[in-house]
Design a protein around this ligand. Structure first.
Ligand SMILES: C[S@@+](CC[C@H](N)C(=O)[O-])C[C@H]1O[C@@H](n2cnc3c(N)ncnc32)[C@H](O)[C@@H]1O
Length: 289
């Protein structure tokens, strides 16, 4: 079979996927060990039986909603190719807004240390370390498997000396930080998610509470882990900026809770390029005055 016919057959097989053509091109290029550009300029290339078999195996898994990133084992984030596997969340483009906000603050203040809570594949920590030579990043996760992936990614991008990985429940082992950045799971437990997302670790998606330490109203709003984080000892003395990712519709509830919990903080939205709110900038510096 030629590349052009394999593409056609693949698109027909993935007719339920909104990104069928792109998925097919990425999977076929991977099966043939070519770039997408090479693939699209070699439409008459004849696939071997082994290549065709491999491509059909990928198509079959994709048709069962396995994300393309898990099949090819990598995902691009902030211009960096990162290793991913089913132990880590596949980095999302909206998380790049958190990185941009952090870079702006780092350049403005010259701060030298960042704490990344729930690092997953290490995407945020590695993007920051790569962009700011000399920056130290402590990266925590409760999942040892995720930390292994993050460590591999740090090596792959040669920033392992700037990073310190800690297995920890949120910030429980961290006493102090200059900038805290967190993309914690925030999907409400009761939310019906797309099938693709069910292939990602529940621990990275759903914002359920591990233990109720806050005494605050918990619920199914997906914000339990954030509330737990803000109740941990580090926030008794924290006087820097904390950047978090959350859903646009969770912004008001999180703001209200934070303003009730901490007097004199300043909250601003972090927005995507299209203006949608993807996160929150929480400034604790006024508490120092
Ligand atoms: C939404 S994912 C974000 C991963 C990555 N930072 C990113 O931006 O793609 C949340 C991460 O938090 C971790 N996590 C969940 N509960 C945690 C907890 N109690 N303490 C520390 N990390 C936790 C998960 O294992 C997962 O890696």
């Amino acid at each position: 079979m030629k590349v052009k016919d394999a593409v056609k057959a693949g698109v027909a097989k993935l007719n339920n996927s909104p990104s069928a053509r792109l998925d097919v091109e990425v999977l076929l290029a991977y099966a043939l060990n070519k770039t997408r550009t090479e693939l699209l300029t070699q439409l008459d290339f004849e696939l071997s039986d082994t290549q065709l078999q491999l491509f059909y195996q990928f198509l079959d898994k994709r048709a069962h909603n396995c994300p393309v990133a898990y099949l090819v084992g990598t995902k691009s984030f902030n211009g960096l190719e990162l290793i991913v596997n089913p132990h880590v969340l596949i980095p999302r483009p909206e998380t790049e807004s958190l990185v941009d906000a952090a870079l702006g603050l780092i350049r403005q203040t010259g701060l030298t240390e960042v704490f990344d809570v729930g690092t997953g594949s290490g995407n945020i920590a590695i993007a920051l370390a790569k962009r700011v030579p000399g920056l130290k990043v402590i990266a925590s996760d409760i999942s040892p498997q995720a930390l292994r992936v993050a460590q591999e990614n740090a090596k792959r991008h040669q920033v392992e000396k700037q990073l310190c990985f800690v297995e920890s429940h949120l910030a429980e082992h961290i006493q102090a930080a200059q900038l805290i950045i967190a993309n914690l799971p925030y999907v409400p437990d009761t939310y019906a998610v797309m099938e693709d997302i069910l292939h990602e670790p529940a621990l990275a998606i759903f914002g359920q509470r591990l233990e109720d330490t806050s005494g605050s109203e918990s619920g199914n709003d997906g914000l339990d882990l954030y509330r737990t984080l803000f109740e941990q000892p580090i926030f008794k003395t924290f006087r820097g900026v904390c950047l978090i990712e959350l859903g646009a519709r969770q912004f008001d509830a999180m703001s209200e809770w934070l303003n009730h919990r901490f007097a004199n903080i300043k909250i601003d939205p972090i927005c995507n390029i299209d203006g949608s709110r993807t996160g929150m900038w929480i400034d604790f510096r006024a508490l120092a005055q």
